[in-house]
Design a protein around this ligand. Sequence first.
Ligand code: ZN
Length: 375
Amino acid sequence: MGRCYICETELLEKSPTHEGNKSIEHILLNSIGGKLKSRELICKKCNSEMGHGADQELAHQLAFLATFLAVERDDKEPNKIIKGAKTANGEEYNIGLRGKPIPAKPTHKVTPGDKGTDLHFTARSEEELTKNLKGLEKKYPGFSVDEAKKHFKWTEKYLNEQVSIPITIGGEPAFQSIAKSAVNFYMLNNGEREQIKHLIPYLKGKETLDVVQHYHVSGAYEMDENEVLHLLHLVGNAEDKILYCFVEFFSSYSFIVLLSENYSGDSFTETYSYDVIKGEKVDKTVQLDLNKAQLKEIFDNKTDYRGSVSEKGGRVIQIGNKIAWDLELERITKNVWDKVFSTVPEGTIITEDMVQRLCIELAEKYVEFINRSNK
Ligand SMILES: [Zn+2]
């Protein structure tokens, strides 16, 4: 019978004599698309006591890529809207699914005009517009929300500028969450609690340990052109008495978790990788064979990893941009098609005139889209 690896309580299903204490533990955070999970690792009580702050911090750090790539989550919760993006002029934007920029706030400007006061408004939704206009009703007697709405025009445009968004990754408590993923993965693969029990106070946030490090190495595995992976690679080395796990998120952020320097189990390796683009598990052969000295060096010489992260992250952004591009072309095409044929009753024979209208409208929209960053 399984036991909780944190507190060693027996894990039981709900039954007439027991209320059940199993809990679902995601090996990799569900918010970043982690699908691997188990009900045989941690009891309900420990799960609720474990550092959720740590998981939240890591989830927060990885939220941009999760939203940008529209990763699918188990809990079906929508991906987060990412705040804090800015254009070069300092205009603020939020980033939605697939990198869609959304103005961070509605704007309004009041200027004296020829016949009174001119009001300039922007709003992101009908609801927001109504709410803002209602505020004016009190301020300006005779102002009518319905009348003002008649002058309002909804437009859709491309943002012809780059936005930048600051991303930090690592540090405590995010490292704690990364270590938990590694321990989870080890325990999931018939790990022995004895080998990792020294890490438990750390996982609970009650102790600090230097067991997680940024680690970027090229050629550890072969990467297909359009794949973006979450990857876990566990190594037990009996000769050197070391147990460690290579953890990589979005093929960009890579870490080594030192699980034990007194490992007394057998030599083995175990790999799990999940392609967030395809939404499926993929097989990877990882070549990573660190000895004790090399492992020690990673923790002693904390090397500058930022160049590697930006190179690997840049590749992922390109992949995401290509997907967004294809989807946008699809959307434009569908919209134009619907617009041109919406007035035509079903069964109408398509005339040359209609085809021509379709072509002209499509060309216009495509040009607008393609030129969006060249204006
Ligand atoms: Zn427990």
